[in-house]
Design a protein around this ligand. Structure first.
Ligand SMILES: Cc1cc2nc3c(=O)[nH]c(=O)nc-3n(C[C@H](O)[C@H](O)[C@H](O)COP(=O)(O)O)c2cc1C
Length: 182
């Protein structure tokens, strides 16, 4: 699968099969996170692998937007200890992990809304750390939203020529056809 195809087809997955994600696939996912770029190459992330169902359940009680956590065979929590751009660095690592998971047929869905102090305590994280996300991973259950069309703004509404306000692409033109181009 090409990188663009992986990006194009990936969907947030919130319902999973019961089968486990093999250790070698998990390792590829974590490796993708490890290899992410970060400001000044500080690599300020810590990844916590959570497989214990009771821990996933406990964590799910600390978010209002992550009921799918209890359906996943595993999750990875991403925390930042000391970082200048914690959200930016973390997002690059998390997206790497999510895309490599997808390449292996494994779905995921970022959960970002936490009762942070309680979640950090549960995960044994230092008080001054930042919990960015907990990402459940698992094989998509048949019939999940994967088949639904991806909802995204078309390029002609968001790409500008030289300065904001002049569309780079014509409406309705193929994504690769600049305004005035062929
Ligand atoms: C920073 C961030 C936080 C998110 N938080 C949640 C969340 O707490 N719960 C959830 O179900 N999905 C969450 N998502 C997933 C988005 O809702 C989802 O990616 C978006 O609707 C687009 O759908 P798609 O990923 O299928 O293309 C989050 C995504 C991002 C990037």
């Amino acid at each position: 699968m090409s990188v663009l195809e992986c990006i194009r087809t990936r969907r947030a997955i919130r319902d999973f099969e019961e089968r486990q994600v093999p250790e070698e696939v998990l390792r590829a996912i974590l490796e993708a996170g490890r290899l992410a770029p970060s400001a000044r190459n500080t690599q300020p992330w810590e990844f916590i692998v959570i497989r214990a169902p009771e821990r996933l359940t406990q964590l799910s009680r600390l978010t209002s937007t992550g009921p799918h956590l209890t359906k996943a065979p595993l999750a990875v929590a991403v925390a930042m200890l000391k970082a200048r751009y914690p959200e930016v660095d973390a997002a690059r690592a998390i997206q790497n992990m999510i895309l490599v998971a997808w390449e292996h047929g494994v779905g995921s869905c970022w959960i970002g809304n936490w009762d942070a102090e309680k979640a950090k305590a549960l995960l044994g994280l230092p008080a001054d750390s930042l919990l960015i996300a907990v990402v459940p991973f698992g094989y998509p259950r048949e019939g999940t939203r994967v088949a639904r069309k991806k909802q995204r703004r078309p390029l002609h509404t968001l790409v500008h020529r030289e300065a904001y306000g002049t569309p780079y692409y014509k409406e309705g033109a193929g994504a690769g056809t600049p305004r005035g181009g062929s």
